[in-house]
Design a protein around this ligand. Sequence first.
Ligand code: NAD
Ligand code: GLY
Length: 368
Amino acid sequence: MQTLHVDLGERSYPIHIGENLLGNTDLIRPHVTGKQVMIVTNTTVAPLYLSKAEQMFSGYQIESLVLPDGEHYKDLKTLNKIFDALLEARFDRSCTLVALGGGVIGDMTGFAAASYQRGVNFIQIPTTLLSQVDSSVGGKTGVNHPLGKNMIGAFHQPQCVVADTSTLNTLADRELSAGIAEVIKYGMLGDEEFFCWLEANMNDLLKREPDALAYAIFRSCEDKAKIVAADEKEAGQRALLNLGHTFGHAIETGMGYGEWLHGEAVGTGMIIAADLSKRMGWINQDDFHRVEVLIDKADLPIRAPASMTYEKFMDLMQRDKKTISGQIRLVLLKAIGEAIITADYDQELLAQALNEHHALPSTRKIGI
Ligand code: NAD
Ligand code: GLY
């Protein structure tokens, strides 16, 4: 097992990463407050891992809540089921909420923990690659609104994160690739060496080689922990973690939540961001090609759906959380490993990049 620390003063916490950590009581106990523990999970994860997770909290008053599975349930109605269960079981403000599952469960449970009785203790047990490398770390919590992704939420840091890499063995291939999109993101936005490592080791990741997975998870969390420690509430550089997300969130909302996986939409969004960066003259054709090839190699879609027209993208992107006074701010690349957030890009080139990437046929392979 390897342990990283997110350094946030009194809100600092450990991220434990390793095989067979589920069931390890010692990792969890120091972070439980009170006597009441609610584990929130879903119908897919519960049969696989709930009983092992419950073992970690033996001796506490444990309630387990099994929610329906899917991004389209990441909404206020489903969130309310958590509050119903907490109130029915008479949980007080010393209780601990535990998220057992992917980013959907993590974001919703975190938001419930942020708002139940104005804030209770929270532990993350992420079980998808995406949640182990990204969503369980950093304290962003929330739900979707029909008009926009993650539009309702709060910052609420967990007390600890336990990423059991063995849980990834049951993950669908498509979900694994979606997680790899966020891994590639770290290389692109600030870690060129990691990007090169991914170019060399993508096949091992897809084959779920334990050493390759463990390295990619550790390095991603390390990169994210540094950014979060420097800018917890996204006053500045944390926005770089949204590389590809302005385009990606538009795809997710525009297609209907769950149609495109979050990581898939982010992967295509990163290609559009790299294309615009190339058109701005900031990165060259070779670097753009490296980005496209790596995302393709991860078995992710490289073209947005044809129904995502320029007009649809622009309408949805106006509502992005980074948009200020109507100006859409984008995360773009100055180089592989160097991203910036800017509203200073050419609108015509943005239109070209969007048209290029929605209009091309939806073939997944690019002849490599
Ligand atoms: P998800 O939570 O929907 O999980 C993907 C699927 O895998 C689900 O069907 C789930 O039930 C299943 N699953 C989970 N663990 C499994 C396992 N071990 N074996 C088999 N199946 C398993 O999706 P996700 O990709 O984990 O997360 C996406 C969400 O995370 C999006 O809502 C996105 O907005 C959010 N997100 C949040 C942050 C953040 O900082 N808070 C960052 C990135 C993404
Ligand atoms: N995934 C974006 C962030 O945590 O800031």
